[in-house]
Design a protein. Structure first.
Length: 223
């Protein structure tokens, strides 16, 4: 589908995601975005009134893209937590292998780095509820995997075991592309996604086994 055949707001949001992710909020202009979207500034003013409101819409657009990908995970989290974990890893790795999700991730990273320059991020009651629901689902999935070894500390340990692995890849991809022009000896983008999913999934399984063994050993000593 060409840009000319898509909804004008969809074109603007997609281009906004691309430009804001690449250049940051302060480094981007509405002209940059409109040129990429084959649109004009009047359209942004009509739909979103100004740059700050448009950026907030792009932020919501990015969040919606991620939420749609996560839906598959939540559909099986109650019946098959290991499958839910694999799907979650796939979604996180999409931030390296899928261009749209890569931009979503990079926009989020820029928000952290350039916190003082982006428009305020005010959570609505709906957004706060969605955040709590996400945390509850994550806690349920981690607890199902850990079993009797479930503690807040172990949940955090398990979650960050694979979060850190998955989140590092798009950062390194950016370094490879922008700084060393893909000429380095190691190139994460050339590693097959399914192979990477299996590698991280197996690392999590080993972590779970280790945590369970330590918990069991500690329980025997106390008894």
């Amino acid at each position: 589908m060409t840009k000319e055949n898509t909804d004008p707001r969809e074109r603007l949001l997609a281009s906004g995601l691309k430009i804001f992710a690449e250049k940051g909020y302060s480094g981007s202009t509405l002209r940059d975005i409109c040129d990429d979207a084959n649109s004009n500034i009047a359209a942004i003013n009509y739909y979103y009134s100004d740059k700050a409101n448009f950026y907030s819409a792009v932020r919501d657009y990015a969040r919606g893209k991620l939420r749609a990908r996560m839906k598959r995970c939540w559909e099986v989290v109650d019946t098959d937590p290991w499958q839910a974990l694999r799907i979650h890893i796939e979604v996180l790795l999409d931030m390296n292998y899928d261009e749209t999700m890569f931009l979503v991730n990079w926009l989020n990273l820029r928000e952290v780095i350039e916190m003082d320059t982006v428009p305020p991020h005010n959570l609505t009651p709906e957004m706060e509820e969605a955040r709590k629901q996400y945390e509850n689902r994550m806690r349920k999935m981690m607890s199902s995997l850990l079993g009797e070894a479930t503690t807040p500390h172990n949940i955090s340990l398990l979650r960050y075991t694979y979060y850190s692995l998955c989140q590092f890849l798009p950062i390194h991809r950016h370094i490879e592309q922008k700084c060393i022009k893909n000429k380095g000896e190691f190139n994460v983008s050339q590693t097959d996604k399914s192979e990477m999913v299996d590698f991280i999934f197996d690392a999590v399984k080993r972590t779970v086994e280790s945590v369970r063994e330590k918990h069991l050993s500690a329980s025997k000593k106390t008894n």
